[in-house]
Design a protein around this ligand. Structure first.
Ligand code: KIV
Ligand code: NA
Length: 277
């Protein structure tokens, strides 16, 4: 059955945890969907794990639409949420609505996600008014890496902890159907999850959240630039892929691949005929 924003709301009410993974292409989305994961996020982490940029700031609307289209074609039941890239919603409420609309209309997403709290509540309200569900994103918001001065856990001190609570209540009041908490101390994330009625989806935010999200490369050992503390590696697929690639290179070099069973047959008399012409 298709996961919807209603499923998210019901899950929180029934205290059922929500699973979410990122995907950026058709075949991965199909696997995640078939595995029964509730939601697929086309994250702007795309910029780092797929495109090789050092941060998410270079990701464009065209990048996001291109990959959201691919994921949407592979996701039958999972709710597809597309990230709004840096500068596609910060600039104005108008830009936010137009760009959210493109991710749904052209990309095929069922919802969008944007980073920030009180400063983007006007955008959240306007997008929701256009009938597009919005997921907020608080705590460590990677599009603010230059303002933060690096990637750090957010909300450890009293001031920032109180601010996070206010922002979570703010995005809820603005109409967000869910909120991602990234790199937030477990106790704070658990407390705020109880204080608000929309599901909190955590990444590095501990066990008290209403759901969890991971970048799929992190959980499969496919991104070697670094592995964050919060990521559990379920299978070392990166290692297995590298071994397979090395075997292939070796077998091609030593003429062990292809074997007869990988080849196509024909009437070889035809070759003899050609030779005589
Ligand atoms: O871009 C992304 O993958 C994200 C998740 C880490 C929540 O925003
Ligand atoms: Na993101």
């Amino acid at each position: 059955m298709k996961t919807t924003v209603t499923t998210f709301r019901d899950a929180k009410q029934n205290k059922e945890k929500i699973s979410m993974l990122t995907a950026y292409d058709y075949s991965t989305a199909k696997l995640i969907d078939a595995a029964g994961v509730n939601s697929i996020l086309v994250g702007d982490s795309l910029g780092m794990v797929c495109l090789g940029y050092p941060d998410t700031l270079s990701v464009t609307m065209e990048d996001m639409i291109h990959h959201t289209k691919a994921v949407s074609r592979g996701a039958e039941n999972a709710l597809v949420i597309a990230d709004m890239p840096f500068m596609s919603y910060q600039t104005s409420v108008y830009d936010a609505v137009v760009n959210a609309g493109r991710l749904v209309k052209e990309g095929g997403a069922q919802a969008v996600k944007l980073e920030g709290g009180l400063e983007v509540c006007d955008q959240i309200r306007a997008i929701v008014n256009a009938s597009i569900p919005v997921c907020a994103h608080l705590g460590l918001t990677p599009q603010s890496v230059n303002a933060f001065g690096g990637y750090k856990v957010q909300g450890k001190e009293e001031g920032p902890a109180k601010k996070l609570l206010e922002e979570a209540k703010g995005v809820e009041a603005a109409g967000a159907f869910a909120v991602v908490f990234e790199c937030v101390p477990e106790a704070l994330a658990a407390y705020i999850s109880e204080e608000i009625s929309i599901p909190v989806i955590g990444i590095g935010a501990g066990r008290g959240c209403d759901g969890q999200v991971l970048v799929y490369q992190d959980m499969l050992g496919l991104f070697s630039d670094f592995t964050p503390k919060f990521a559990k590696v379920y299978k070392e697929l990166g290692k297995e892929m590298k071994e397979a690639f090395a075997s292939y290179a070796d077998e091609v070099k030593n003429a062990k691949f292809p074997e007869e069973k990988h080849t196509f047959k024909m009437d070889e008399g035809i070759i003899e005929k050609i030779k005589k012409q």
